[in-house]
Write a protein that binds this ligand. Structure first.
Ligand code: DGL
Length: 274
């Protein structure tokens, strides 16, 4: 039976929202959530010791998602945001089946891209895991029928961003390689189908030029979180500055530095979990 995690009284409204990703990429979503809901306490988990999820089996990803969700639920979160396209595709149904709290996932923005494209050719940059998933196939079936969709798995890119390499030659070279097929097919709209990629958006913009639109899902996810808070009466009544805590299990020496770099705050509260 599911644990009853729904609020029984309004004390739960003061609890934090949990946000998880395979690593530091979901910080791009966390920024949108914090901007829209500036009084909500937030707990972020970077499962960086197990990143990338993109080349793991669905079962392995599910196992990691359960471990991280258990960790966050033990800290009495009132909602869980899976700020990872790959984890959403692999595990969102199982997470929702196991836990009773609101769980918000995300998927590559094929629908808005198809609506925005002028020439009907859209590109999707994502992990191999997302592109191979049944959820992505269903997304294309629903929203990709009237457009040409060019997909590109970006092997190795998540690892660059995990190391904080947002401007190195290697990262630029990978992006050139991955954007080239989309440009060759004439895509006028490119979807960032992985939450790590907004951190290298500046490089992608340079490669694809101004005539190509880039779509990131972070703001839409934050809007959805806001809607859930309101419709389920979970919005915080607090008006003070919230606590924002980062947890990472990465053993890399500079993992805290990368979180500080991406969150753009030298005083970020970063803790280690096993
Ligand atoms: N941020 C994850 C996503 O949105 C990256 C997945 C990975 O770890 O490969 O898909």
């Amino acid at each position: 039976m599911k644990p009853d995690l729904m609020p029984k009284n309004n004390t739960m409204t003061k609890n934090p929202i949990g946000v998880m990703d395979s690593g530091v990429g979901g910080i791009s979503v966390l920024k949108h959530i914090h901007a829209l809901l500036p009084h909500e306490h937030l707990i972020y988990v970077a499962d960086s010791a197990h990143a990338p999820y993109g080349n793991k089996s669905q079962d392995e990803i599910k196992k990691r998602c359960f471990a991280v969700a258990d960790f966050l639920i033990a800290q009495e979160i009132k909602a869980l945001v899976v700020a990872c396209n790959t984890a959403t595709a692999a595990a969102i149904n199982d997470l929702r089946a196991k836990y009773a709290l609101p769980i918000i996932g995300m998927e590559p923005a094929v629908k808005p891209a198809a609506a925005a494209s002028k020439n009907g050719i859209i590109g999707v940059l994502a992990t191999v895991g997302t592109l191979k998933s049944a959820q992505f196939a269903a997304l294309l079936e629903s929203y990709g029928r009237n457009v040409e969709v060019v997909t590109q798995g970006c092997i190795g890119l998540v690892e660059c961003i995990e190391r904080g390499e947002l401007d190195t030659e290697h990262t630029q070279h990978l992006l050139q390689q991955y954007c080239a097929p989309l440009l060759a097919e004439g895509a006028d709209t490119i979807v960032l189908g992985c939450t790590h990629y907004p951190f290298v958006r500046h490089l992608i913009e340079k490669i694809v030029g101004e005539s190509v639109s880039i779509i990131d899902t972070g703001a839409a996810v934050a809007n959805h979180v806001n809607t859930i808070m309101q419709t389920q009466s979970l919005s915080t009544p607090l008006k003070a500055l919230p606590t924002i805590t980062f947890w990472t299990n990465s053993k890399a020496i500079d993992s805290a530095a990368v979180i500080r770099q991406l969150w753009a705050n030298d005083n970020a509260d970063i803790r280690y979990m096993s």
